[in-house]
Design a protein around this ligand. Structure first.
Ligand code: NDP
Length: 447
């Protein structure tokens, strides 16, 4: 599919106005391309510069973060927070701490969040933030000092009705706890609904840590269900070994599939017996060690440095690590090995060339905007619980998560059908999300 001339001109303008932000350009192009069936059919979607507005962030904060390490040395990092769209609710989206984070990374993630959050139907705007701070190898005390310094600037931009961050790569319950502690101190309020993904004792929702991984598997199960099959007995290749990957592996096992891989930024593990969750938990979550330690502990496992999991024969693939981690060559290998469906636990993990390979081969591709929306949906549940001073049970939260993922799946499928691209989840997700946000923007007038 190509862009019509108006969309192509808009894309050129986005590239010109946001130089050297390749990931953001990629995310914008993918959405403009995926929504072509809708903008061709309904010219009113071009009215009032809706497309131009949706590609321009409402606000962007860029700030210096100074902190000291355990030896007393001072370090300088850069902090970011992009509020992309508040048409449907307060800005909502995670914080990423990783050495490669740039403004372009944060903008791509915040842009994706617009459509994802719209798909949840839970009244969420879109934002994202983070820093080029690298938490790897840092002590708890160093991470805490960094988080406190980061929040000292960020806090003025936040609030339960303004902007509500959560975690992402490098930001888990520990970091959210430190960030919330500093926010509470600076504002003199226990405003729990300002950050989600908190430890349970501080108002965190049950099932929030599990939600993104579980939700991705619920979505994948629905994709297979629509094709008349299910997860039971299937072999799964999963990448990553962080929050999303870990809980995706757990849910895959629970539903009868056999996840045989996981990975980190230096290599991947292949364990034909099925990934052992207890060992993975001990290695990654308790010791914060590298995956080589998993292979040392598990005789059936092999660790291959520098490799991704995509050459391993599998029925379903779940990229759950980072953007552009599954390229054309990997997509060809998966296709050759007969993969049935791919579900993106990570944001934009498949390169455009990989997406093309899957589409041409007729392999169901569940895009991150839809498949990993369970995380932000459960963050919305956390906000609801904080506002009502309630605590739901794990089972109740998980039930609502599953219901939300099923509803998103249905919305993607019916929207794709309505636009004559049946079974195209990439188009269905982008069009359904865009239509919702476009309608809200129209209702708000020119703001
Ligand atoms: P974590 O920090 O918990 O884990 C990230 C994992 O990805 C680690 O195993 C990490 O390995 C690996 N990784 C990071 N960079 C690379 C790379 N360049 N190549 C290969 N592997 C890499 O993050 P999450 O699990 O929370 O996030 C994973 C993905 O899911 C991201 O795309 C995120 O945006 C997305 N996501 C997360 C949500 C959430 O609720 N947490 C919600 C929706 C989407 P290493 O330890 O070596 O760095």
């Amino acid at each position: 599919m190509t862009l019509d001339s108006a969309s192509a001109a808009l894309f050129d303008a986005v590239v010109r106005r946001n130089p050297a932000e390749a990931e953001f350009h990629q995310a914008v192009f993918e959405v403009l391309e995926a929504i072509q069936p809708a903008v061709r059919r309904d010219p009113s979607l071009r009215d009032a510069a809706l497309l131009e507005r949706v590609c321009e962030p409402e606000r962007q904060a860029l700030f210096r973060v100074v902190w000291t390490d355990d030896a007393g040395r001072a370090h300088v990092n850069r902090g970011f927070r992009v509020g992309f769209s508040s048409a449907l609710g307060p800005y909502k989206g995670g914080l990423r701490f990783h050495r490669d984070v740039t403004l372009g990374t944060v903008k791509f993630l915040a842009f994706e969040q617009i459509f994802k959050n719209a798909l949840t139907g839970l009244g969420l705007g879109a934002g994202k933030g983070g820093s080029d701070f690298d938490p790897a190898g840092r002590s708890d005390a160093e991470v805490m000092r960094f988080c406190q310094s980061f929040m000292t600037e960020l806090h003025r931009h936040l609030g339960p009705y303004t902007d509500v961050p959560a975690g992402d790569i490098g930001v888990g319950a520990r970091e959210i706890g430190y960030l919330f502690g500093q926010y509470k101190r600076l504002t003199n309020r226990f405003d729990a609904g300002t950050l989600t993904g908190k430890p349970t004792l501080l108002g965190g929702s049950p099932a929030r840590p599990e939600a993104t991984g579980y939700g991705t598997v619920y979505f994948l199960d629905a994709v297979l269900g629509a094709a008349g099959t299910g997860l039971d007995g299937l072999t799964a290749a999963v990448s990553g070994s962080g929050n999303v990957a870990f809980h995706a592996i757990a849910k895959l096992r629970e539903l009868g599939a056999r996840p045989v891989t996981c990975s980190d930024s230096t290599g991947s593990v292949h364990d034909p017996a099925g990934i052992d969750l207890d060992v993975l938990h001990e290695v990654k979550n308790v010791r914060r060690a590298r995956l080589t330690a998993y292979a040392e502990r598990v005789p059936s496992a092999q660790y291959v440095a520098g490799e991704t999991p995509w050459e391993v024969p599998c029925d379903v693939a779940l990229p759950c690590a980072t953007q552009n981690e599954l390229d054309e060559q990997a997509a060809l290998a998966l296709t050759k090995n007969g993969v049935l469906a791919v579900a993106e636990g990570a944001n934009m993990p498949c390169t455009p060339a990989a997406v093309r390979v899957f589409r041409e081969a007729g392999i169901a591709l569940a895009p991150g905007k839809a498949a990993n929306a369970g995380g932000v949906a459960t963050s919305a549940f956390e906000m609801q619980q904080n506002a009502a001073r309630e605590r739901w049970s794990f089972a109740e939260t998980d039930r609502r998560l599953k219901e939300t993922m099923t509803a998103i799946h249905t919305a993607c499928l019916t929207t794709a059908d309505d636009h004559d691209v049946p079974g195209d989840y990439v188009a269905g997700a982008a069009i359904a999300g865009f239509r919702t946000v476009a309608e809200a923007m129209s209702g708000l007038g020119l703001v």
